[in-house]
Design a binder for this molecule. Structure first.
Ligand code: ZN
Length: 389
């Protein structure tokens, strides 16, 4: 049991000063509590701190990804400490460009391993290409048979690395995913990876124009990868669509045209996009391949989960957003869009996933996932199985 006393709380809605009693994996009580003295009760003094929902990162290459520069450019697997230091308590793992040497069975095993180590995990079935790699015969049956599967992704469109899927292929995939989601009571999202290609969101718009599948079934990502796509994403979101911003970015010297996620979020809000339609994800452990003007591979970076927390902080400190608004894309919005009912909001009965940050600097102070203390006073209290010492 953990008692957190007298802490300014953003649920993400501002709630003023509150007390929290965490029992097992849940928030047993959120509200004023008398001082109690119980054995085995860990008491945290909340003065000078803020309580926020643990962050949700909906796009992480937990098994590693990449490989676009040959085998030596395959990126490493995720370790638990990187999740904790990002203030993330829930993530969704996915494959990327490589759906051959990275398998869905491996992805599922890695997600289960991270869950055993203390956080909450789900996965997308599929990878960049079509025909879709899957575990049980198709996307629809993966959704129905495997609890951890929430949808399909990241499926690449408008990218030279995509399988150049036809319109008919994409419609069929979206239909299967919607059906699987409905039958399993899950989100059934199609998570599209957008490349730098000039077609942008056109393949997605055509699916919406020519089928009955609603916009809420699609979550296109990397919308901030260049100014043109961000502008197109803004009009897509104003017309009712959901958009995901990527917080990991190639270094500026690589000539990237990516807009920082915090800045892109502010631009979308200023352009009239409702905050509920925007999510942010880290693309952690993903490759950040760089190409020269002729499309020839020239170097590789790796996405970091910590960039998600940094984007939240920059949204407050550099873009001037209020804390509640800055939190939405990495807490309440992904929980609602991914249909994770007990995640993303602080309330009695919700999962005990929360982070405490310093009020003045927003530095990460404490991480609690499913009621377990994973970081305290900035120090790791848990590590992955192979991170001892
Ligand atoms: Zn991607």
């Amino acid at each position: 049991m953990i008692l957190i006393q007298n802490i300014e709380t953003y649920a993400p809605t501002p709630m003023g000063r509150q007390d929290f009693l965490l029992m097992g994996e849940r928030i047993a009580h959120l509200g004023p509590l008398p001082s109690v003295n119980l054995p085995d009760l860990e008491v945290i003094d909340g003065r000078g701190l803020l309580a926020l929902p643990g962050l949700i990162d909906g796009h992480v290459h937990i098994l590693g990804a990449g490989g676009e520069g040959g085998f030596a450019s395959r990126t490493p697997e995720l370790m638990l400490s990187e999740v904790i230091q990002a203030g993330v308590t829930t993530l969704v793992g996915c494959l990327g460009t490589d759906g051959i040497t990275r398998s869905l069975a491996g992805l599922l095993a890695k997600a289960r391993g991270l869950e055993e180590e203390g956080i909450s995990t789900w996965i997308y079935t599929g990878s960049y290409g079509l025909p879709i790699v899957n575990l049980t015969g198709g996307v629809e049956s993966d959704l129905l048979i495997i609890d951890k599967v929430l949808g399909v992704g990241e499926v690449a469109i408008s990218d030279h690395r995509s399988s150049q899927p036809t319109h008919e292929d994409l419609c069929r995939l979206a239909g299967e995913t919607r059906r699987g989601g409905m039958l399993s009571g899950k989100a059934g999202l199609v998570h599209f990876h957008l490349g730098d290609g000039s077609r942008g969101l056109a393949p997605l718009r055509r699916i919406l124009d020519e089928t009955e599948i609603p916009m809420s079934q699609f979550l296109p990502t990397h919308i901030n990868r260049n100014p043109e796509l961000l502008m197109e994403g803004g009009s897509y979101a104003r017309s009712g669509g959901l958009v995901d911003l990527t917080t990991s970015a190639p270094p500026p010297e690589s000539g990237t045209r990516q807009i920082a996620a915090s800045r892109a979020y502010k631009q979308l809000l200023d352009g009239g996009v409702p905050a509920e339609r925007v999510t942010m994800t880290s693309d952690g452990q993903g490759s950040l391949p760089e190409y020269d003007a002729g499309g020839v591979y020239s170097g590789m970076g790796v996405g970091r989960m910590r960039s998600l927390f940094e984007a939240f902080r920059e949204a407050v400190q550099s873009e001037g957003l209020d804390l509640g608004t800055a939190l939405l894309p990495c807490t309440e919005n992904p929980a609602r869009i991914l249909k994770l009912g007990r995640k993303g909001r602080l309330a009695t009965g919700q999962d005990a996933d929360l982070i405490l940050v310093e009020r003045d600097t927003l530095a990460l102070h404490t991480v609690i996932a499913k009621g377990r203390l994973l970081m305290s006073k900035g120090e790791l209290k848990a590590r992955g199985t192979f991170e001892r010492g």
